[in-house]
Design a protein around this ligand. Structure first.
Ligand SMILES: C[C@](O)(CO)[C@H](O)COP(=O)(O)OP(=O)(O)OC[C@H]1O[C@@H](n2ccc(N)nc2=O)[C@H](O)[C@@H]1O
Ligand SMILES: Nc1ncnc2c1ncn2[C@@H]1O[C@H](COP(=O)(O)OP(=O)(O)OP(=O)(O)O)[C@@H](O)[C@H]1O
Length: 303
């Protein structure tokens, strides 16, 4: 009855992020391109003999019952029970965090998406990708993207997704030692909410233009507000901006810059080790075209 499955939960970068409006319920209408990268949390799932869902690792600052992983598992368990008439077995979930919280890398949402994918399989739940996306959206705006599983042009609150090609490159990412609460950025009086809408081919044409290299498309409308509230974000953009076109991801705090090769990223990290503040972390990651769980059924989860 017991079964161990080990699964990755990758981070995302928002290559640009435009706020184009606001819904009556206060949520913001966005346009963004989500890019998966190969830096991941890891989750281990072990079926239990009873029906309890437990997180068996300590995650500082996140009580077990409010963890998106536990909430996603309980939602799916109830849905599978509703469909089959029998609740599936409980599960112990060991969550190994690598991705910083409040970093704009979507770590919590990615953990929840990986949980939905893994348990849908372990429980033979039979939910389609779209059904999992609908189940996950109320838990976190980025969950549908991680289930979608490939570079995406996103609209709505991030749930209207279309595949798009992103640049094939390496990224250097800086964690500037602060956590940014997403809600604080969206509620700021200084946030502009009227960026003109772009179309998907504007983005595609930008990266097809050989003269542009890795210069970024558009802007991140949340960056100015986050920089104002959390000065280390602005300092990290300035530090990394010496090496390329640096920008914040999501609602912050992390800042990234694209490079053609791994060697260039390594050279920037050497400079980082020598001159960046000791409270910051810096690392490299490769752009992923597809989610590592896409091959999930056969390869990237060891059942
Ligand atoms: C900005 C992004 O990082 C882009 O990837 C995400 O959309 C944020 O996703 P997230 O951290 O999962 O955010 P959620 O937990 O869904 O929302 C946190 C809070 O941010 C605000 N929020 C979030 C997303 C959105 N499109 N409009 C909003 O106004 C809401 O006040 C919400 O209560
Ligand atoms: N499994 C989890 N991992 C991380 N954070 C979680 C988790 N479950 C709940 N949370 C809560 O969600 C908050 C946001 O965490 P997350 O790592 O998703 O931030 P983020 O990278 O800024 O996300 P986004 O890019 O979507 O804004 C955390 O501060 C924490 O309170």
């Amino acid at each position: 009855m017991r079964s161990l499955m080990s699964c990755p939960a990758p981070a995302k970068l928002n290559l640009f992020l435009h706020v184009t409006g606001r819904r009556p319920d206060g949520y913001h209408l966005l346009q963004s391109v989500f890019q998966l990268i190969d830096r991941c949390d890891t989750l281990d799932f072990t079926l239990r003999g009873d029906e309890r869902i437990r997180r068996v690792t300590d995650v500082p600052g996140v009580p077990e019952d409010s963890d998106l992983v536990v909430r996603a598992a309980r939602l799916l368990q109830a849905e599978v029970a509703r469909r089959t008439g029998t609740p599936p077995p409980g599960v112990d979930i060991a969550l190994h965090k690598v991705l910083p919280m409040g970093g704009g890398l979507g770590g919590g949402s990615s953990d929840a998406a990986t949980t939905l994918l893994a348990l849908n399989r372990l429980w033979h739940g039979g939910l389609s990708k779209q059904e999992l996306m609908d189940l996950g959206l109320p838990l976190g705006a980025d969950i549908p993207f991680f289930l979608f599983g490939e570079t995406a042009f996103a609209e709505g609150v991030g749930e209207a997704l279309r595949p798009v090609d992103g640049p094939d490159c390496w990224y250097v990412v800086i964690e500037p030692g602060v956590q940014v609460p997403t809600g604080d950025i969206f509620t700021s009086e200084h946030l502009t909410r009227n960026t003109a809408a772009v179309i998907i081919s504007d983005f595609s044409r930008h990266f097809a233009d050989q003269n542009i290299g890795l210069r970024q498309f558009g802007k991140n409308d949340l960056q100015q507000v986050a920089s104002r509230l959390f000065p280390p974000v602005a300092q990290a953009v300035e530090w990394l901006g010496v090496h390329g076109d640096a920008r914040m991801t999501g609602s912050g705090a992390c800042v990234f810059c694209a490079f053609h090769g791994e060697e260039q990223a390594d050279a920037v990290l050497d400079a980082f080790g020598a001159t960046a503040p000791s409270t910051w972390k810096g690392w490299k990651a490769k752009a992923l075209r597809r989610h590592p769980m896409e091959m999930f059924q056969s390869e990237s989860c060891e059942a």
